[in-house]
Unconditional design. Sequence first.
Length: 597
Amino acid sequence: MIRTMVEPVKKVVIVGGVAGGASCAARLRRLSESASIVMLERGAYASFANCGLPYHISGEIDDRDDLLVVSPQVFRGRYNVDVRTNTECVSIDRAKKTVMCKSLADGSEFSLPYDTLVLATGASPFVPPNLASAVKEFPDKVFVLRNLSDMDAIQAKIAAAMTKNNGKCTAVIVGGGYIGIETAEAFARRGVKTVVVELLPQLLPPFDPEMVVPIEDELKKNGVEVKLGTSCSGIISHGDGIRVKLASGEEVEADFCLLSVGVRPESTLAKNASIETGPRGGIAVNDHMQTLTDPSVYAVGDVVEVKDGVMNVEHLQIPLAGPANRQGHIAASHMIQGETSVIPNDRTYRGTLGTAILRCFGRVIGSTGCSEKFLRGQLKMELHKDYEKVYGFFNSHAGYYPGAARLAIKMLFTKNGGRVLGAQVVGWGHEGVDKRVDVFAMALAGRMTVHDLEQAELAYAPPFGSAKDPVNQLGFMACGVLRGEQRHVFWDDDRILQRVQAGEVILLDVRSVSEWKRGHVDGAVHIPLEQLRDRLQELRDVVGDTKKPVVAYCAAGFRGYIAQRILDNSGFDTAKTSNLSGGFEAIAKLFRFAPKL
């Protein structure tokens, strides 16, 4: 991107606080005592933890004030920032370098001059056009969740409904993304009967569909009803509550509805000032967070369009708190460069990896980098031609130490060179997902390869990990694929069950007798791994003269790999032997296969 130099900063006006704007203001003051900094915030609070809102609704964060990150008083006293809450910026005059502001307390308007302007206006919840009238007509029954006021209104509605209905309350959440799932859990913890409606055939759209199956199952296990593949076609009042109409023709009665169908950048202020926006409506910026239109205007946070930090795909909208904070930091450092020689401030924003994590009752799911959906859809990449993938199931720490949680990990990497492209991790428990996601995120930031993962030295003691960490083991598996030692097939991509039933493939189950009895794939040949060397002729007889491909599988993949190597080294055609990636756990836990007992 093009870098544009600016004059030393004097008067800075920051529109918006919360994450990006507040981070920019604090960093700017640390670098310069001479700058005049005014931060305008439309809400009542300068900076609050909007990611924590569902956890106050659930009751896990008891004190509402704990969500207030930095008060206006702290900003003024500690940073000498003139914070003006309940103040809206209504227009920008770039020629005169002024902004017109409106006090929401008394309606008065005033003008502020600036040398540098920072837009941190964020993103607002998207309301589908067919539901906009319901939001206006029933403000006490149809909600969004963006700020503390929204949270307070939802809390009040739950309390009122439960008081009136003898402790009962029903809610419909439209949208199964991060906020939708977090609030579904929060409502359920409060005793609210909850229905989640999602247009797509899966929850959590950024993830690959098989990886969110455990989350859907966990919601249902905890009493949350999930309706996929349908949308909300309308909301009408029904007594003290509402009736939510679905595109499927079904109607759901509830006390209230939460719209959580995504967010859109609040870029109207920029558009009205003829500041360039991208195809998704976000403000277009360079890698110093300057707008492409005006070098004296910066933009940070959810209002900007970003590039992804793995493949450099541009014009993406990835609303996350971490990137917003870093962007505010970078913008402040760039606008102040030249005024201090103590710290090098010529830094750039390298893109967003999309690193995220979510808890859903007893499950945790996290991801970083590219999903397979993104590679295939956005980039038109092809499995085995442009990229490879592996699945693995592991314990979060040493299995012999009590309390280990089970982890499912999917990792993507390039066919040529093995550069890590992305990873998704699901945990059957609260331990271990965040650690692995963060390690993968650092690998992505360093543009590392699977060979680096194989050699990574990670902290180990029995309560915390394993001598061969799951990250190492994914590296071993991926390197084996690249070297040709491990040949993986996949339950969904290779249609294993259909090929077995058609007699085209021999599926070899190498698990123990007790595992086989607990469940297996109908049509599989069962030879426990420990007996395989002595029963190779039996397998050759099954394969016959047609030399049918043999796909080995075990519980999680490792014994299947050993079986594949035994076959390779015993005269079987290496072009026709492979291992089912992720084993029986993958097909049972991720692909909802019902085993034959």
